[in-house]
Design a protein around this ligand. Sequence first.
Ligand code: ADP
Length: 491
Amino acid sequence: MTMLADRLKDRALLKTDSFIKGRWVAGAPWIKVVNPSDRSELARLTDVGAEGACQAIEAADIAFQHWKKTSVFERARIVRTWHDLIVEHADDLGALITAEMGKPLPEAKGEVIYGASFVDWSAEEAKRMYGETIQTPFPGSRGWTLHQPIGVVACITPWNFPSAMITRKCAPALAAGCTVVVKPAPETPLSALALAELARRAGFPDGVFNVVVGEAAPIGEAFTRSDTVRMVGFTGSTPVGKLLMKQAAGTVKRVALELGGNAPFVIMDDADIDKAADGVIASKFRASGQTCVSANRIIAHEPIADQLIEALKAHIDEIKVGPGFDDGVTVGPLIHDEAVARVEGLVKNARERGAVIHAGGAPLVDQLGGSFYAPTLVEGGQDFELDLANNEIFGPVASVYRVGNEDEMIRLANATPYGLAAYVYTRDVGRVHRITEALDFGMIGVNAPMVGSSATPFGGVKQSGIGREGGKWGVEEFTELKFVLLSGIDQ
Ligand code: ADP
């Protein structure tokens, strides 16, 4: 365990105010940050409210006027320094994630390194924001395009990846020449504030990177109402995404929304079933199932369904549940007791409709003393009307369905308003093409339970969102494409 993890109870160590224009700014006394493993208090926050958000927007606007003019090489150098500091402090940043969010420490450190990879990538990629020269129909003229930073960007981030959701948005924005104001989730602000401190040390000029802590709705309204904020980047629930999109319409801002998912995990009869079972476990139980790309409906081809269920049951029996700082734990708590109650409700509905519970199926709150739920395996048969099939589970519950043929598997996989991630396990090359082309999802893992990396586009279709993070697309999102026509060059 790291020094920071040992001393997390020493509140003096933890920044709990907002970071605006290069300074720590206190607001009105607000809520506590609680460790979901044992409900111990980690910190008390202050709320800077809409007023603080407006101050941060103004600071970001002033900073934007010079940040956008710095050479991209200079910006990349500072972004790169931020990356190096994040990696250098990965142990402590990981400990913060485990403390405030609950995921096991090795997984938390993995998140820090994954998040840092976007910072590294953005520092390089921003240098490659090339324009094009274009042939025009007008004699004696030339046209060309420029990518220019969009302006002040407001980012609203969730608690399930307290560190990586910030770096994945902010690093490309900053490298592209934008300035940012981040509002982290109230459950997990400490990671955000630690990233702000490292950004300060990296040398971002005052006002380029700001973090405002406080109640969501007034800050969200201040962001969306502002003419100065030119883009809102959001990761979170679909209802809040829709609300922000509506609010942003008033000033016609760009919105980048990474919303909920309902990922199908389709396993065909020709698949390697052991690998498919490993994949389900990796996708389903990471962060206790609290990820938007988590396997939500495991759609098994009928001939291999029994074999798959047996393999999953064996894996689930071996999972060690507990506080994220304990050795060997692979599944931590849920974020809070309401999350446990939600998952309980979904499993209750399955039980009432006759689904078979092969493992788990109950909270472990009394046994373990925090917001824990047992890793659970539910066999839903052909009942796609289960609440488990129609809601983002966001908990450690694997629900398996049996379907007889490929066309029906595809139809059911697509039968959701969501379209973020999907997974297919097959060794038939024809099926790979047929199924990946037929699935209405933004990202598809074939024989792979995780698809994201700093080099590739992350994002969804339908009600899972708008825009892409990662790769060249992730940087492009934060730029405006400008066209210039020059005429009279032959005179
Ligand atoms: P969850 O239910 O998983 O917490 P949310 O969509 O509610 O998902 O939260 C994601 C982020 O959106 C958090 O930072 C949260 O504080 C913020 N948020 C929630 N409601 C609003 C709102 N009305 N306006 C702006 N941000 C909001």
